[in-house]
Design a protein around this ligand. Structure first.
Ligand code: ANZ
Ligand code: ZN
Length: 828
């Protein structure tokens, strides 16, 4: 039998079909390539690129099945689709593997990429492989360095002290991922925090804009929960700074408060333990307990964790500029150095934390705000702080003002007298990008001790390449620091012996702009040609895990604004629409290697095929929800595809012959066909409920099988063609096989137009009319649209299910709304 001859009722041989089309598609590299010529409207579908850990996991399969289904649909809808993929290839696991298995991170990573690329191809994902980007290769990370230099020139990259995780036993800095429940992943020592000089990127420069856009351009296309998380992360606070005066030297101690209206109630100042003034107020032995406090603070892994409030009186006083009162200066472990000014005024009567602190140390509590409709709290005797807005009391000239008004007037007063002003503070901190690791982008800086200080590597010397020969001990300084050939260079400015920076960049740098590189992946002169990127930006649709709601998605937004400000894009934001898919779980828990509850997609593909895998990933739940892995459900999808395949093979010959006279079976089949088409099209365009789309295809199969015998050739031809086209975005292999082999058509389905639903054919033949007896629903009947009242009344009374309710009773009246309702009112 020749391969293009259809036969009756063939079994579904998924392996034969899928291998054949993998080969055909791989031999046609232009198949998934964006035309990029402006001949069609463009659509950029981006999925978060994978970390090449070794094997695809079910989360990838789900993420990429969603993106691929959408891409194929968009091609069919006539868009020019950019659908790229690459590798987020720097990072800790490669280095850990190097230490554990004595394998070089580069070799480990590249062999993982090769294996995972095969897996992605095997899944039938429609990626344009010519645009593949691998972040650990110099032709990519060169541009990380290039951007870093651009930021350095603009003052957006700078050095500052920052906290790092430090393992005292290994004497090394640990990445967050290497800290497991507060302990070193290698030796289990308790991890400490240390202050180290770190390169930082000034994301705070864009804090206002990053926040503002969550209320404007992102509001429509991004999930609300992601926006909320970003807003909290940015954490904008409107308040004021006020300078208290250190009574001995007259120097200023600046505090940040959101409640300047409570300043007459301030009964002490509290400094963060690391506040620079503390070391001067407390010297010698007096400083020792502060050191212990700093140690304790640094051991707390999670910021924002409630800690036991600890304080220490410095024996010094500061003057409140509003009332000239002297208040004691304390040190407190709950005041954070990195927020506001690192110093607060404590107002125990109106702030819960301050209340707790002051009660503990017997510091006075002085109420100065009363509720709008009540008296000032009585002290002694207050049981809790009154934290709300109200009316200001006992506050000199400000008494009697409402809190909101007082905040404005008092900030203005402070400004007029030079001891403060209204001020905004952000929770977000500049992005510390230094990592004391090997497997990352070398930071392109040189330290010239002789003369010039910190000197950027000249652009023409980029990339600063990672040396291949390196030793991994997991101990001590960054591995790069032990390679003299790497470290020792001549200063580019004065030629004196100098040293290279040995820190590498946080891997989040790599993922902050990779989506621009896809538009011009081989550019040797620039990260990308702005003219090539412009027509694709902002990205129409980004799809990925909600785990990246904050870091990756804020860094990408930040980087895009930098790219804009250096004139390479006009987009303010990288992504118009964001979709966050749910997790794949097993036994109610996210699949993860450490839990040992992972399912390898490869096994599934071998057993059931990629089409089945894809359908399962899309069918098990709406894409934004978590889904539970179930082999039974996978088998269900396999059975469904077998049914489709056998139905097609049974009817293909008939469809080709186009014979027979059309009757009721045709009408029923075509109606369901066009209804399904309407539904799936709406699912794509409105809400991506691919699970209900697939359910609709299953229902369609039920109807088709029911009317199979009466189906004529012409109707069968239409049914098979449209079924095949509709199935394609979800199950590309089987649909392509049906198209070419069973239907004898040519060309790739991804380039066929998406079929139009015919609303006339889709319309139900009759109206479904509920029949009530005394207002209770007792039956339904289908009648031709527009059936007259009298006829409806007669039909309703003749319904088998209605008879028992009306027999022997007196019919008082019949309420009848054509096409809608019959209500029979009976008595007795
Ligand atoms: C006096 C006061 C009175 C305050 C009152 C609040 C209520 P948000 O809204 O989160 O920005 N604060 C300021 N800097 C701090 C730091 N470095 N560490 C810990 N706490 C700090 O919080 C701002 C408020 O948190 C500030 O306003 C300050 O306490 C405290 F009835 O000042 B407030
Ligand atoms: Zn120099």
């Amino acid at each position: 039998m020749s391969p293009n001859t259809p036969s009756a009722d063939k079994p579904y041989d998924h392996l034969q079909i899928e291998t054949k089309w993998i080969d055909a598609w791989s031999a046609d590299p232009a198949l998934y390539r964006a035309l990029d010529d402006g001949s069609k409207p463009r659509y950029y579908v981006l999925e978060m690129f994978p970390y090449p850990s070794g094997r695809l996991h079910m989360g990838h399969v789900r993420n990429y099945s969603i993106g691929d289904t959408l891409s194929r649909y968009l091609w069919m809808r006539g868009f020019d689709v950019l659908h790229p993929i690459g590798w987020d290839a720097f990072g800790m696991p490669a280095e850990n593997a190097a230490i554990k298995n004595k394998m070089h991170p580069r070799d480990w990573t590249l062999s993982n990429i090769a294996a995972m690329r095969q897996q992605l191809v095997r899944m039938g994902f429609s990626y344009d492989w010519a645009r593949e980007v691998t972040t650990c290769l110099p032709d990519y990370y060169k541009w990380n360095q290039w951007f870093f230099l651009k930021m350095y020139e603009r003052g957006l990259a700078y050095r500052r002290m920052g906290k790092v995780n430090w393992c005292p036993d290994c004497a090394t800095v640990l990445a967050n991922e290497q800290v497991e429940e507060g302990r070193c992943w290698r030796c289990s020592s308790v991890v400490e925090k240390r202050e180290l000089e770190q390169w930082s990127l000034k994301i705070t420069h864009y804090a206002d804009e990053l926040l503002a856009e969550t209320y404007t351009s992102l509001e429509k296309g991004w999930p609300e929960r992601v926006l909320t998380m970003q807003r909290n992360w940015i954490g904008k606070s409107d308040g004021a700074v006020v300078d208290f005066t250190y009574a001995v030297t007259g120097e200023k101690i600046r505090i940040f408060t959101t409640r300047i209206d409570t300043i007459y109630g301030a009964t002490c100042l509290i400094l963060a333990p690391e506040h620079p003034l503390v070391a001067r107020l407390l010297t010698g032995d007096a400083y020792t307990p502060v050191q212990a406090m700093i140690g304790e603070v640094n051991k707390q892994q999670e910021p924002g964790v409630e800690v036991d409030k600890q304080g220490l009186f410095t024996d010094h006083y500061a003057v409140n500029p509003f009332n000239g009162e002297q208040v004691p200066i304390w040190v407190g472990n709950f005041v954070l150095l990195g927020y506001g000014t690192g110093a607060i005024m404590a107002v125990p009567a109106h702030d819960e934390r301050d209340f707790e602190f002051c009660r503990k140390y017997a510091i006075p509590v002085r109420p100065v705000i009363r509720p709008v409709d009540g008296p000032l709290a009585a002290e002694p005797g207050m049981k809790a702080a009154f934290g709300e807005y109200g009316v200001v009391e006992n506050s000199g000239a400000w008494s009697g003002l409402a809190s909101a008004e007082a905040r404005k007037q008092m900030a203005a007063h402070a400004e007029a007298h030079g001891f403060g002003n209204a001020a905004t503070t952000f929770r977000i901190q500049d992005w510390g990008v230094s990592r004391q690791r090997y497997w990352g982008t070398p930071i392109p800086m040189i330290h010239c001790r002789a003369k010039c200080g910190t000197v950027p590597v000249p652009y023409e010397q980029l990339p600063v390449e990672l040396p291949y020969n390196v030793e991994f001990t997991g101990k001590g300084r960054s591995p790069l620091a032990n390679i003299p050939e790497f470290v020792n260079v001549a200063c580019p400015r004065c030629g004196a012996p100098a040293e290279r920076e040995t820190d590498t960049m946080d891997t989040f740098v790599d993922s902050s702009w990779y989506f621009f590189r896809y538009t011009d992946p081989q550019n040797p002169a620039l990260p990308f040609d702005p003219a090539k990127a412009q027509p694709w930006f902002p990205i129409n649709q980004y799809i990925g895990g909600v785990t990246h709601a904050i870091l990756h998605l804020i860094y990408s937004r930040f980087w895009t604004k930098v790219i804009r400000d250096i004139g390479m894009t006009t987009s303010n934001e990288p992504v118009t629409n964001l979709f966050t898919q749910g997790m794949v779980q097993l036994g109610g828990k996210a699949m993860s290697k450490s839990r040992g509850n992972v399912v390898d997609p490869d096994d599934m593909v071998r057993k059931y095929g990629a089409d089945t895998c894809r359908l399962f990933a899309l069918f098990a739940a709406p894409p934004e929800r978590d889904m539970e892995w179930s082999e039974a459900s996978v088998q269900g999808q396999y059975r469904f595809l077998s049914r489709v395949y056998r139905f097609v093979t049974r009817n293909a010959a008939k469809a080709r012959a186009l014979e027979g006279t059309s009757g009721a079976a045709d009408r029923q089949a075509l109606r369901k066909l066009h209804q399904t088409l309407q539904k799936i099209t709406a699912d794509f365009d409105n809400r991506w409920h691919f699970n209900t789309s697939i359910a609709a295809l299953m229902e369609l199969m039920n109807t088709l099988e029911k009317h199979e015998a009466g189906l004529t050739g012409a109707a069968a031809a239409e049914v098979l063609e449209k079924l095949c086209l509709m199935l394609h975005p979800f199950a590309p292999f089987i649909s392509q096989e049906i198209w070419c082999v069973e239907l004898g058509r040519e060309g790739q389905l991804i380039r066929q137009p998406w079929p139009e639903a015919n609303a006339d054919l889709a319309r139900e033949e009759g109206a479904e009319v509920p029949i009530q007896v005394n207002g209770k629903l007792r039956a339904k009947m289908v009648v031709p649209f527009g059936t007259a009242k009298e006829e409806l009344e007669r039909l309703a009374q003749a319904e088998e299910k209605i008879k028992p309710w009306i027999e022997g009773k007196q019919i008082v009246k019949i309420v009848c709304v054509p096409d809608k309702l019959v209500n029979i009112v009976v008595k007795g």
